[in-house]
Ligand binder design. Structure first.
Ligand SMILES: Cc1cc2nc3c(=O)[nH]c(=O)nc-3n(C[C@H](O)[C@H](O)[C@H](O)COP(=O)(O)O)c2cc1C
Length: 168
């Protein structure tokens, strides 16, 4: 059993829900998992592995995910770490591999993350705010694919259980 933290930066809740799906899968594989907003996590040192996810806004991770990556950089470098992003409001994320946006790619390299995936996003119709309402008029919908999320989490679980895992 590995102690795993799934931390998320989410404005409208859909990335938080993806984090919960990941948590459910990992728990069903027997791991101890905490799922929490990135801004509420004070310390990651009690975990052997961390999964950090952020919603994409304007080509960047939600600020809570960016701050988490900065604040916990030293501890994260010494842990098994995976990153995910959620954003595209179309089917592309389910159809092909979408690379990390530049800021997230830099975090991956700096923190030595083992992997990154981009999942589809969700935006409800009738958003307030100029930009969000304009985007919602054209692209509102739920483009998350729970099976894709669960399959990715299974891959993480397999790596954690695999022969390369250091004995603790
Ligand atoms: C103002 C605004 C800007 C966005 N910018 C991006 C973007 O740059 N790239 C992207 O893939 N998705 C973008 N999206 C879509 C969101 O990432 C998507 O709705 C996501 O699921 C939101 O996650 P949350 O519910 O956890 O906040 C944007 C959405 C809004 C409303």
């Amino acid at each position: 059993m590995t102690r795993i933290l799934v931390a998320h930066g989410s404005k409208r809740g859909s990335t938080a829900e993806i984090a919960e799906w990941i948590g459910e899968m990992l728990r069903s594989d027997g791991h101890h998992v905490d799922v929490a907003p990135a801004r509420e996590t004070a310390d990651v040192r009690e975990y052997e592995a961390v999964i950090l996810g952020g919603a994409l806004y304007g080509g960047r991770w939600h600020k809570d995910a960016r701050r988490f990556a900065r604040r916990h950089a030293q501890a994260l470098r010494g842990r098994a770490l995976w990153l995910f992003s959620s954003g595209p409001l179309d089917r592309t994320a389910a159809e092909k591999r979408i690379p990390a946006v530049p800021g997230v790619a830099r975090s991956m390299a700096r923190l030595g993350a083992k992997g990154h995936v981009t999942f589809g996003g969700r935006l409800a119709p009738g958003q307030s705010g100029f930009l969000a309402s304009a985007i919602a008029k054209k692209m509102a919908g739920d483009y998350r694919d729970r099976e894709q999320v669960t399959a990715w989490a299974k891959g993480v679980s397999a790596e954690l259980d695999g022969p390369t895992r250091p004995l603790t």
